[in-house]
Design a protein around this ligand. Structure first.
Ligand SMILES: [Cu+2]
Length: 76
């Protein structure tokens, strides 16, 4: 997953998946996340970045391996 920002520095963090990486304007940082189980995992910005910080949540969808591989490869 490529992480960047459009305004100020944020910190991309998905607590249940353990991944945290800075999101910095003008940079493309890469983070690899792997879930033990398919499902929805919530993430938050872990660095105070200004107004609206407390509502900066996002979700990561973890798919079963077969579904993920099909998404990557496209329709047969
Ligand atoms: Cu923030």
């Amino acid at each position: 997953m490529v992480v960047t920002a459009a305004d100020v520095i944020h910190s991309f963090w998905v607590p249940r998946l353990g991944g945290k990486i800075d999101a910095i304007p003008g940079r493309r940082n890469v983070i690899r996340l792997e879930a033990d189980e398919p499902g929805i995992y919530w993430g938050i910005c872990a660095e105070y970045c200004g107004p609206g910080h407390d509502t900066m949540m996002f979700r990561v969808e973890a798919h079963p391996l077969a579904d993920y591989l099909q998404l990557r490869e496209g329709p047969l």
